[in-house]
Write a protein that binds this ligand. Sequence first.
Ligand SMILES: [Zn+2]
Ligand SMILES: [Zn+2]
Ligand SMILES: [Zn+2]
Ligand SMILES: [Zn+2]
Ligand SMILES: [Zn+2]
Ligand SMILES: [Zn+2]
Ligand SMILES: [Zn+2]
Length: 400
Amino acid sequence: MAAQEPSPPSSIESNKPGFPKKILANNHEDKHLCNSCQKILRRPLQAQCGHRFCTYCFHRTVSSGPQKCNACIKEDLFEEPTSILKQGGAFPDNAARREVEALAAVCPNEGCTWTGTIKEFEANHEGHCDFMIILCPSCKELMRANEQERHNERECPERTLNCKYCKEPFLLKNIKAHDEICPKYPMICEGCAKKKIPREKYVDHIKFCNKFKAPCRFHVVGCNTSVEMEKVHDHERQCSYEHLNLLLHFIMGIKVSLESLQPQTLEVAGHKLQELHQSLQELETKMSQLGQPVQGVCGPSLTAFAPLPSAVGAALELQLQGEKSKVCELNRRLQQLELKVNTFENIVCVLNREVERSSSTMEASTRQHRLDQDKIEILNNKWMSQRTEVTSQLDFFKRV
Ligand SMILES: [Zn+2]
Ligand SMILES: [Zn+2]
Ligand SMILES: [Zn+2]
Ligand SMILES: [Zn+2]
Ligand SMILES: [Zn+2]
Ligand SMILES: [Zn+2]
Ligand SMILES: [Zn+2]
């Protein structure tokens, strides 16, 4: 099949060149061939020179003006003006046509067992043969006519399919991607196991499905629980102490990272911390407005208040996320500052060692000084006692 070409389109009108030679059940004779296309004559015309052409081939030849007859030139019969082919210069050769059309024919398409005459072929079989080779207009693959339906429906890689769910037509290669976004694609609720929820209704479903599990609203500060919708109240009531604790830890963490910063950044950080404290206070106020007593973050009786309205939770969440990114930025600056501090610490270490060495030298001199003073004192004492002795001897001699 690879060597074959698509069959020419079917037409009863004479707008086609001749029949392929292999249509003949027997050998062909030259007089049955068109002098232009060299195939079996279709609707032959005879030119003034006597040469025959398919109607189609003749008109095509003279469409751009009069032409010399190549057959005349080849047979060395060229003669003006007879050998000049021109519009209106040929007449239907009905005798030749009858002769050709009566010839025994077989279908030229491989695999086809049709037989008849050329006339019957043109009237009934040409263009209707199941074995003719056609071209898929989408994927350009060649196939037999009887394979076209299967090809179009099941094989053509370029075929379009209607989406099973939304019924919109899509190219086969795009249908997988479409499944991912088809608004009617059937989804399964992981909570209540309900099937065939169209994607466009899924969000609405899980919003109200009591069995759908969603992460606890306090996951931003570290609660890892996923809770069924109908148990959110219970969870938030039971874990309110833990939630507030997580919040406190979160804020304390921020506080610690802020406190280790340099004074100028510390000022900014202190401001932020204040904001956080304020939002925590607001939160507590709102909780108490909900009708339940709140006795501070670490209070013991936090088991019975209503869950936060989601707007408050969302606002808090937003704020916390904002604070988180600010803390990240501050941490970055903190690391830079830490580097500088390390350098300073090294310098201070060296200086300390220097000071230590100097002070031990000083201690030694002090000790020496003290020893010297002691000697001086002893000498002084000696000198004093000798002086006293000398004075008393002098007194003795004066008396004497
Ligand atoms: Zn022809
Ligand atoms: Zn001729
Ligand atoms: Zn056939
Ligand atoms: Zn195709
Ligand atoms: Zn769809
Ligand atoms: Zn559900
Ligand atoms: Zn939780």
